[in-house]
Design a binder for this molecule. Structure first.
Ligand SMILES: O=C(O)CCC(=O)C(=O)O
Ligand SMILES: [Fe+2]
Length: 199
């Protein structure tokens, strides 16, 4: 499959497939943690941004780092690179994994707010992009984000003696403003800097 989105109908069909994938993975995550009954309620807290990203070839005096290492702040991200590779993801053992180029491959990553809901049950991967080919790189991302005005809080079912509450409840828009003000500082995860119960 080669990805050619020609008009609004293509984009509609394609983004519907991505929404289905997002829902499928969310369902798997919720069911694996015995949270199946809450799936619909939590899907209702989400909205989506579909983004096409363009990375130009670095000039000879520029770094080949196209996007610095970061964790996404929303709920879940689905990425697809079509023609030029470059995405790297940091695994739990800190090793960087280069995502292979394949028209059939979609990378699904947990973002920080999902891990607030789940009281840190999942790994939120750092990821980055290198541009090592002499070609402009395009990637497509579906970003599942919290809806405006909804309070983000840890699910009670995820808190027990073994997993004490890690985060205070927060408003996502205020969290984003905090990020823009540089509030994360040197903390690896922004939610830890923003709403850890230890702060
Ligand atoms: O272009 C990519 O493959 C990664 C993009 C990304 O991580 C982001 O926009 O948050
Ligand atoms: Fe990202």
């Amino acid at each position: 499959m080669y990805l050619f989105l020609c008009g609004s109908e293509d984009i509609h069909l394609y983004s519907n497939k991505l929404f289905e994938l997002d829902a499928m993975v969310m369902k798997m995550v919720f069911e694996s943690l015995d949270l199946g009954p809450y799936f619909n309620e939590y899907m209702e807290l989400k909205c989506y941004t579909l983004k096409l990203m363009k990375y130009r070839v670095p000039k000879p005096n520029e770094s080949d780092l196209g996007l610095h290492a970061h964790a996404d702040s929303g709920i879940m991200t689905i990425l697809h690179q079509n023609d030029v590779e470059g995405l790297e993801i940091q695994m739990k053992d800190d090793k960087w994994f280069k995502v292979k180029l394949s028209p059939h491959l979609f990378t699904v990553m947990v973002a920080e707010t999902l891990n607030v809901w789940l009281n840190r049950r999942l790994h939120v991967p750092y990821h980055r992009v290198f541009i090592r080919e002499n070609k402009t790189r395009f990637s497509l991302g579906l970003f599942a984000l919290p809806k405006v005005g909804k309070l983000m809080k840890t699910m009670e079912e995820m808190v027990d003696e073994e997993h004490p509450l890690s985060f205070k409840s927060f408003d996502y828009d205020e969290f984003i403003k905090f990020l823009f003000r540089g509030g994360q500082g040197k903390e690896k995860y922004a939610v830890k800097a923003y709403c850890s119960v230890l702060n």
